[in-house]
Design a binder for this molecule. Sequence first.
Ligand code: GAL
Length: 465
Amino acid sequence: MTVYRFPKDFFWGSASSGPQTEGRFNNDGKGDNIWDYWYRQEPDKFFNQVGPDKASYGYIHYKEDIQLMKKTGHNSFRTSIQWSRLIPDGVGSINQKAVAFYNDFIDELIANGIEPFINLYHFDMPVALQEEGGWLSRKTIDAYVYFAQTCFQLFGDRVKYWFTHNEPIVPAEGGYLYQFHYPNEQNLKHAVQVAFNEALASARAIEKYHQTQDGKIGIILNVTPTYPRDKNNPEDVKAASIADAFFNRSFLDPAIKGQFPKDLVTIIKELDMIPHHTAADLEVISKNTIDFLGVNYYQPRRVQAKEKAIGKTANQPMPEDYFDYYDMPGKKMNPYRGWEIYEKGIYDIMITIRDDYGNIPCFISENGMGVEGEERYVNKDGQIEDDYRIEFIKGHLRYLHQAIEEGANCLGYHLWTFMDNWSWTNAYKNRYGLIAVNLDKQGERTIKKSGYFFKELSKYNGFED
Ligand code: GAL
């Protein structure tokens, strides 16, 4: 039998976000964000036409939810403050009902022994700002810094772990390359500008935070370990390195090292797509790096050299002009999400952070398995027996444990997610929660088998098998 015991005070918990859980209710004062807007415009884009309006009724059930967090072993929990709830127009007046709601949420977490981890931006641009260009516009950066400062002032006395963004590459790639976020463009120049502006906004928020507050502030990045088809083939290795520059180092480097990766800058220069910026911007980025890193890990990226010569794959330049995807035979798949499951990836990320990023303190901020049709697994007592999720978690934790034994500075593990929630255009297609949510019954909650497993995991600070 092997015992996997984690370091003292390890953070066990889960992650979610405001826009995916809260919903929107009469007189709550929330303004529109791009999801509210897009859903009204094109409901067909959303799985079963389910929009963000009800989400998981978290705005109503949060007290009960916090009791369920306790029952499932949480000592920490991440959510985000919805910008459009707190400041309905993105800039200007503050919604006092939002202040009361987030105050109560935070107080209730703390009263129940659950450390709040609060993220500022989780894909939810207020519409009023999107109309002015969203992340393409410097106005948005200023508005975001004001939003960040407002949050620090209102909640910073109790919240000691802050994050500037969740997966900032996703608004850039989803909104401006691969068309799964509003505004659905395909325009690499715009994607690069958006990414730069998000990195700058993050650094400026960090600057303000360190001037006025005494907790820690970081960023949450989806790190996708990139593997060449053949590690002995220099062309495959080069292709993998370029993909890594586009999708991982593009944000890891400015966040941790204060500068952008040179190989990526060279490519962007060749494309004549260097974003608008000033020397002062670069200085802000170089001086305001993160205190700690959240790592979201779901799947690896497998890459091979381009079969055809490097050239445009679309009417726009795309990252895929520099590499091809490699469909590795025999890989383990989560068929519902179409994502590969590769547990060792979590170890490889931790070793990269240890060796290439100064072993900065980090934690797993998301990892999880979305499954469609989980009703199939309901037992006679009404509980979902999600053994596959328990295996998924253990499989990743074994490798995380190994990385920690080898010196990785990992402080915790947060699962995506606490309760089934609204997943953007996939809506409620794939369920990820420790707790099932019944949308037909006003969001009624039931703990899944994995929820009880998680309680034990946290209680023993590990597991045996
Ligand atoms: C992540 C994202 C979450 C959630 C999750 C599962 O990329 O941060 O918001 O949607 O994927 O699909």
